[in-house]
Design a protein around this ligand. Structure first.
Ligand code: SF4
Ligand code: SF4
Length: 80
């Protein structure tokens, strides 16, 4: 089940759904996101990795994060 730990999300807007347990914290998506709405968490996930998280606003649903992520189950986009 994708997780998104950020608050302040609007269910009518596109947003990244992040599975923190699969994220390796490589920052590819952070660097690639044109809207600069992703960041690396300051907390460790269950596997000892600082995973990516959504800042809670700004996602356009472009999908660039998904296409730049090497982990198959780490990030997908929810486009209502
Ligand atoms: S879908 Fe686009 S705007 Fe949204 S988080 Fe991914 S790269 Fe950023
Ligand atoms: S979601 Fe994918 S691209 Fe982004 S930090 Fe995690 S593993 Fe890297």
């Amino acid at each position: 089940m994708p997780l998104n730990e950020s608050g302040n999300v609007n269910p009518k807007q596109p947003m990244p759904l992040i599975n923190a347990a699969e994220c390796k914290g490589c920052e590819r998506c952070v660097e690639a996101c044109p809207a600069k709405c992703l960041r690396i968490s300051d907390k460790l996930n269950c596997r000892g990795v600082k995973a990516v998280e959504y800042i809670g606003k700004g996602c356009t649903g472009c999908g660039i994060c998904f296409y730049n992520c090497p982990e198959p189950y780490a990030i997908v986009i929810d486009k209502p």
